[in-house]
Design a protein. Structure first.
Length: 350
């Protein structure tokens, strides 16, 4: 039985920052994640994706953000159970939760913080004949290593942040970048849209709207696509087709824990992001409330407030005196810093 103060389900950016905020309150954390490494989607799917809305970083790669967060929280010596999915939960008469993973590892804590991002997920795929045949042979749904697109002809489909951001990023790497969207209006950030339009004016990105990709071509691998615009079909030669239509999220076993669910997200109270079950909080992209924005920086804010309420649950009757790290330092709020020991990691083979 692994015992801790706060059991965090999900080791993505929000979960990792929770360790830091909890550490400032002298609370210990242990994290569970189904992926084999910490970082969530930032490590598994988008390690080379640039992020532009992290305070203090005009631009930072998702993988680098994960590295920084791990460095920031390691002084508080979090434990990790990686490569295992949280499946079953129970609560005893003393208010202690027990969570058992897919491999039978049991964890106990008085507070649960669900920071599972979008949950388990798979990419949304366009409806195209022979699409599966070209998967891995020119069709990719996730960009892990932009270097493979160097001097290649790329076509990206989509109208959200990912489609815009990757089109901008690959403009300096690929030989040719074409962005296709079925509408004239994009759903991405206005700044990203302005950058894309500037690159189009410089002939570094070709933007085709409103249009759809209606056919794939090639014998052994993808060699061309057909773009239909105003009922006119145009063939475009290419090396890679990357449809970025988002992810289909699934809560998985967490959805059966008795939590209040709305549109595949967990409803919370915005006072401290607690769920309908006292002692269980949901922070980051996995929660929902009026005005919710699925941004990493919002998850950081939610984690900070959640930890304040977690302290009261774990230390009933004890007053927490709020102090600023800029004045009091981090370790022990005494201005000193200690050497961090190696994090306790539950091996994938155990």
């Amino acid at each position: 039985m692994i015992k801790t103060d706060i059991l965090i389900i999900g080791a993505g950016p929000t979960g990792l920052f929770t360790v830091f905020e909890a550490g400032l309150l002298k609370l210990k954390c242990h994290l569970i994640d189904a992926l084999p490494q910490a970082g969530g989607q930032c490590s598994e799917i988008y390690p080379k994706k640039p992020i532009y809305d992290i305070p203090g970083f005009p631009e930072i790669l998702a993988g680098d953000l994960t590295t920084n967060l791990l460095e920031q929280c390691k002084q508080f010596e979090p434990g990790f159970t990686l490569g295992e999915r949280a499946e079953k939960i129970s609560k005893d008469d003393n208010g202690m939760f027990t969570v058992v993973t897919s491999k039978g590892t049991a964890h106990q804590a008085p507070v649960i913080a669900i920071a599972g991002g979008l949950g388990s997920f798979e990419p949304r795929k366009p409806t195209l004949n022979n699409l599966s045949f070209y998967e891995g042979k020119g069709v990719e749904y996730i960009i892990k290593d932009p270097a493979i697109y160097k001097n290649k002809r790329i076509v990206i489909a989509g109208g959200g942040d990912s489609a815009l951001d990757w089109s901008i990023y690959l403009a300096d790497i690929a030989k040719e970048v074409t962005l296709v969207h079925r509408r004239n209006e994009f759903r991405g950030a206005l700044d990203s849209l302005e950058k894309a339009r500037e690159l189009k004016a410089k002939n570094k990105i070709n933007i085709i709207t409103p249009a759809e990709i209606t056919q794939l071509g090639g014998t052994e691998k993808l060699e061309s696509i057909i773009v239909t615009k105003d009922e006119v079909q145009t063939e475009i030669a290419l090396d890679h087709f990357i449809p970025l239509f988002g992810l289909s999220p699934r809560l998985g076993p967490i959805g059966s824990w008795g939590l209040e669910i709305e549109k595949n997200a967990i409803k919370v109270d915005t006072f401290d992001y607690q769920t309908n079950i006292p002692g269980i909080f949901a922070i980051g992209d996995i929660n929902t409330y009026p005005g919710k924005l699925k941004l990493i920086l919002c998850g950081f804010h939610e984690a900070t407030l959640m930890c304040q309420s977690a302290f009261k649950i774990i230390n009933p009757g004890k007053k927490n005196i709020f102090r600023y790290t800029t004045v009091s330092g981090v370790d022990g709020f005494d201005g000193t810093r200690k050497e961090a020991s190696k994090p306790v990691i539950q091996s994938l083979n155990q």
